[in-house]
Design a protein around this ligand. Structure first.
Ligand SMILES: [Zn+2]
Length: 256
């Protein structure tokens, strides 16, 4: 990102926690499969070996089951502080394990994240449509590691349709540290080039949004509207050959 100037414009998006995910595994007493942590652990010492389970209960019938957290590990291997947290039913430890996808995978159950979060953005309306050369830096932070498809995050955060968001990513106006189809579950930062309102043609390359200037800056277009054009920043990732050709044309063309 060194090639871009930043004037400190930032926006903060937060994935707020509304609740913990349901633990999905078959209940032995009823047909429900949704469980919640009871808030308790069971620690069983057998000689030099330890077992630790997290207790969960069925949302429907209340039957208690247990999830193995540590199985037959050497007592000396388990950190004393961690063991105390299990023995004291530390709520922070319950929460940590209740959202732990690795534990879910290891213990053979799924996590149902529906209804566990909401996106909060403190971005003023029109933030994407400012006619200046600054980059907008958006930091996304997660209060819980809920997996969210990046495309869904962007459409919700910017209030734009899927085709428009995809067009902005493919044209390079939105720069992501991961693929747009990836699932994000931890903090990351993205960058947006602010320009006039997005093209109605979602697949349209960035340079169709305005006239080019030699220095890649603001240009007057017929009708007197100021538009931001990005020349130096390789405006269209998916169409480099075309961009190069246009650059040559722009070099010999007339500015208005
Ligand atoms: Zn049940």
């Amino acid at each position: 990102m060194n090639e871009f100037r930043s004037t400190g414009r930032t926006a903060q998006w937060v994935i707020r926690e509304l609740g913990l995910p349901a633990i999905v595994k078959a209940c032995l007493s009823c047909r429900s499969a949704r469980h919640r942590p009871t808030g308790k652990f069971r620690v069983n010492a057998n000689g030099k070996l330890l077992d630790v389970w997290m207790l969960i209960c069925c949302e429907h019938c209340g039957r208690t089951s247990k999830i193995p957290v540590h199985e037959r590990i050497q007592v000396r291997v388990l950190d004393r502080e961690r063991r105390l947290r299990f023995e004291n039913n530390d709520p922070a430890m319950v929460r940590e394990l209740a959202v732990d996808a690795a534990l879910a995978s290891r213990a053979g159950y799924q996590l149902d994240w529906s209804g566990t979060c909401k996106l909060e953005t403190a971005m003023p309306a029109g933030e994407l449509e400012r006619a200046d050369t600054a980059l907008l830096k958006v930091t996304v932070s997660f209060e819980l590691p809920v997996p969210i498809r990046v495309e869904r995050l962007l459409t919700a955060g910017f209030g734009l349709s899927r085709p428009v968001v995809r067009g902005m990513v493919y044209s390079g106006r939105i720069r992501l540290p991961m693929a747009i189809d990836a699932q994000a579950r931890a903090d990351f930062t993205l960058f947006v080039f602010t320009t006039p309102p997005p093209s109605r043609d979602p697949a349209g390359p960035v340079h169709q949004l305005g006239r080019r200037a030699r220095d890649g800056r603001l240009v007057r277009v017929p009708g007197g509207r100021r538009r931001l054009v990005l020349l130096r920043s390789r405006p269209c990732w998916t169409d480099r050959r075309r961009s190069a050709r246009d650059r040559r044309h722009a070099g010999g063309g007339q500015e208005t």
